[in-house]
Design a protein around this ligand. Structure first.
Ligand code: FRU
Length: 532
């Protein structure tokens, strides 16, 4: 009897030990997958995020005294949108950012919505002196009380100035300087010094159009004209315009370019930024027939066809010696921005980009490329001259590089009417795919299996597409990857797709799929970036 009990006890204990080992194993496997802090897994390596709290649009960017200034829509007390402040960060090279104290706080006149800032070098405003020129910011006051009371005139424009390089700002006592003309959406003023007509100009979004204003002193503004009711995408409200002259690449000719964000109504749903190219006589912006035709035929021309580049605008006061048009966008989409799976902070900015105006035949394209400063962060380079793709293959894996900070460039040759797919993936079966569908003529990103997607029904319900018309058998591609973002620049940045993703563990492989007929990857350059 005793031995039976002993045996039974022994068997029982073995089972328990077995169970403990099994559970233990499973636990450690789970840990292997989930044992990351939020910051380790999701805080970008080299895309700007606020330390804590909510961020949306970039605002008021200018360059002065060796520093690029970036302000942004910010709610420091929560990870969802709320009373808007202007956060502030500075950088000497557009890549490494230092967050500064909050620049502009909401007050009794309202939240501080998006806007712009300029360095008033000639002290036209009188807020500073020639020796210490003021920075002047214009923003939209959004009066929540009026909005809740059902009034339409709750957005107006105010200004503030800084005499210490954007660190602290004094609001002008006569605010608002532009009162609401009874237009519900009346916001996001973007100021520029128009050297051609020797005036300050400002453009703002007004419902389904933009309105231009001119000024001599940044305080008194006169309405010049409006633009846009009959052109471009109108599937949502117009927001965050930008307006500036640009040299046509390789010539001495210039054109005026308007960037215009729209939400919803983007080419792949939700928020996106379109552009217009035309002429400005100091009062009115006009678009010629050829460009109007392009806009119509292509359902709008977009700075970025991916779902995560919104409200982007350019830096002011870039020196003439530098001469670049520098742009940054908010790397999210109002469709799901407030639900993405980060808690401490929400959202990051795109990689800063240089915009270039390209003319081919009668057609203008605003192309983008990552700023050249990124190359200063290259720690090592893997080079492959030519790879014939006749089977699926891993191009690089985590034993060679860290796949959460790469700048990859390559060209494709011998392309046919076929589908060319590249991917980042990991052993948790997360995969983000992108490439070219030459059967149906579009570039694509598919993040439907990229990791966490369930926080929103529309985050990954469709493949994002960027259509193309002209045929080609070669294509150059540049891909910038961080922990949670991919930015793809096709054809020297003439078509761009930017999207975010949230893998369960870091990506481990960069691979290419087989197509029906063999093709070649040429000059593959994999740059490992390094940030301390
Ligand atoms: C664009 C936008 C702007 C507005 C701001 C408010 O994303 O809606 O039009 O000024 O965000 O945070």
């Amino acid at each position: 009897m005793k031995t039976i009990i002993k045996k039974k006890f022994l068997r029982f204990s073995c089972c328990i030990i077995g169970l403990i080992v099994l559970v233990g194993c499973k636990q450690s496997l789970l840990n292997e997958k989930n044992d990351y802090t939020e910051a380790e897994l999701y805080r970008p390596n080299f895309h700007f995020t606020p330390k804590k709290g909510w961020m949306n649009d970039p605002n008021g960017m200018f360059y002065y005294n060796g520093y690029y200034h970036l302000f942004y829509q910010h709610y420091p007390d929560s990870n969802v949108w709320g009373p808007m402040h202007w956060g502030h960060a500075i950088s000497t090279d557009l890549i490494s950012w230092t967050e500064k104290p909050i620049a502009i706080y909401p007050d009794e006149k309202g939240y501080i919505f998006s806007g712009s800032a300029v360095v008033d070098v000639k002290n036209t405003s009188g807020f500073g002196s020639l020796k210490n020129p003021p920075m002047v910011a214009m923003f939209t006051y959004h009066d929540m009380k009026k909005e809740k009371a059902g009034e339409t005139n709750y957005q107006s424009q105010g200004i503030a100035y800084s005499l210490n390089e954007g660190l602290t700002w004094t609001k002008y006592e006569a605010n608002p300087i532009i009162k609401n003309p009874n237009i519900k959406d009346f916001r996001d003023p973007k100021m520029t010094w128009d050297a051609i007509h020797q005036q300050w100009i400002m453009v703002l979004a007004a419902g389904d159009k933009t309105m231009f204003y001119g000024s001599k002193n940044l305080k008194d503004w006169k309405l010049l004209s409006d633009f846009g009711k009959e052109i471009g995408a109108h599937g949502g409200v117009w927001e965050c315009p930008d307006f500036f002259p640009m040299l046509v690449d390789g010539t001495d000719d210039y054109k005026w370019v308007m960037l215009l964000s729209i939400n919803p109504g983007g080419p792949n749903g939700g928020s996106a930024t379109q552009y217009f190219v035309g002429d400005f006589d100091g009062k009115t912006f006009t678009i010629d027939d050829a460009f109007s035709k392009d806009v119509k035929e292509q359902n709008g021309l977009w700075i970025d066809y991916g779902r995560d580049n919104y409200a982007g605008v350019t830096w002011s006061n870039i020196s003439e010696v530098d001469g670049r048009k520098l742009f940054i966008g908010w790397m999210s989409n109002w469709d799901y921005a407030q639900k993405v799976p980060t808690e401490t902070w929400r959202s990051s900015m795109t990689i800063p980009r240089e915009l270039v105006l390209v003319k081919e035949g009668n057609h203008y394209t605003v192309s983008s490329k990552p700023v050249k400063e990124l190359k200063n962060y290259i720690a090592k380079t893997i080079n492959k001259e030519s790879i014939k793709i006749d089977k699926e293959m891993i191009l690089v894996d985590k034993s060679v590089v860290d796949l959460s900070k790469l700048d990859i460039q390559f060209s494709l040759k011998d392309l046919k009417k076929d589908v060319y797919t590249f991917s980042f993936s990991n052993n948790s079966k997360n995969i983000i795919q992108f490439g070219i569908n030459k059967k149906e003529n579009y570039f694509f990103i598919d993040r439907s299996k990229s990791g966490k997607i369930a926080f929103s029904d529309i985050f990954a319900n469709k493949i994002s597409k960027a259509p193309f018309k002209a045929d080609f058998d070669k294509m150059d591609i540049r891909v910038i990857v961080d922990k949670t973002s991919i930015e793809i620049f096709y054809n020297n940045g003439k078509t761009v797709m930017t999207e975010i993703f949230f893998p369960d563990q870091p990506m481990e492989y960069f691979s290419v799929s087989k197509a029906n007929t063999d093709y070649t990857i040429e000059n593959l350059i994999i740059n490992q970036l390094n940030f301390n």
